[in-house]
Design a protein around this ligand. Sequence first.
Ligand code: FRU
Length: 482
Amino acid sequence: MNKSIEQSAKCIDCQYRPAFHFTPPANWMNDPNGMFYYEGEYHLFYQYYPDSNVWGPMHWGHAISTDMMNWEHLPIALYPDSLGYIFSGSAVVDHENTSGLGSIENPPIVAIFTYHDMQAEKAGEVKHQTQAIAFSLDKGRTWEKYTGNPVLDNPGIWDFRDPKVSWYEQDKKWIMTLAVKDHIRFYSSPNLIDWQLESEFGKELGAHGGVWECPDLLRLKDENGLSKWALLVSINPGAPKGGSGTQYFIGSFNGKEFIPEDSTTKWLDFGADNYAGVTWSNLPNEEERTLFLGWMSNWEYAQVVPTYSWRSAMTLPRALSLFEIEGRTFIKSSPTDEVNNYLIEQSEVSGTQNNIKDGLAYVLLTEVEGSTAEIVLSNGVKEEFSIFISLDEIRTDRSRSGQIDFNSEFGNIHSSKPTFSQINKIELFLDRSSVELFINDGEMVITELVFPTQPYAKVGVLGADMKVMSVKAAMDNPNVSF
Ligand code: FRU
């Protein structure tokens, strides 16, 4: 093969590789896992199959960052073993050394994950998923699996996975939030090793068109500093835009039970491509900031999107908080302050049409006239992705966005009823193959993938004043061939 053909063959999907979103070095990635902050570093682990660009035996890939934007890849943290694949889970810093796996001076960092025994699953054995732990005594660089694994056996439930653990200060105990088929189970433990069932939640509440996965129990604040508990629960399939999505409940938690304050099903994102998202543990100012990252894809098509050397990216880091509309509480997801450091002023902004370079853009809309705005991203081959925003409807249209044939549903028009009652601010981030739209600092968010055959080169806006900036590439993403 001559060199230029070889290069272009290697780089067949270069134009889709995000510049400021996390992607794996090569091959398959799904859920974010085990996110914790320690001594200045944000750790991100992720469901990883390093040997192929489709799902397979799951490992925990690993990366670190000081700002959740610019990531350094580290060696794989957890490999599958005789107990199974390493499915999703969380990690905590055990400051009091309750587990006895480290010391007070050097607290162990403990990862809690699901073992998925593939052979047992294939043999039809119900109890093929169990919970296990691993620990690190060197700031998360290397991990040792606990010899007494699993720490929580399967009681006879087919779907029994994705433990998210947090410290419940009032009772000085750990709480594990676990997805169990069509509901959530809360377990507690004094030491991360011995677990006891506290309660169950959700059999009769929320969406039930699929399996519940990747839960997270959080304490969030509203603008007045009032806090409530929130429970995130991903579901697949059965989300409003098809396939995968994340619902949530607002309520209270007393160390044993989660008590919802209303029975509405609420959704974290109104687009099709934000799944299995969870929050960081051990943040320095935990009371003030709750930081979230989601997997920017959908099980409906994640394994067939037209990228080959790598598959899937994470969302931008988002700060979660609460806001109220007519006495009901919702979650707001705002881009974190760190994202702003990657925005570059651009001099020429002209009227309602603007050029963008290299498929990267940040678009800010203010002064929305008559509460209606339309944003269109387009290229020179008549492909476009459009977003229509009004007080009655938000609509995204991927039907002419570029490559859509890899899945029969991908080109569907998505329509949602807004939760906001006025429009103050609209922000859009385009990173080659993804669009994230934040309305009113995240009162409503839409995350969607796009695969234009040529990079979008123009952004047009109707009904609002526009400011376009470029976005600095954060990732040094090698296009690794395999
Ligand atoms: C969610 C999920 C989890 C599971 C993991 C397997 O996307 O299905 O429930 O732990 O992915 O990779």
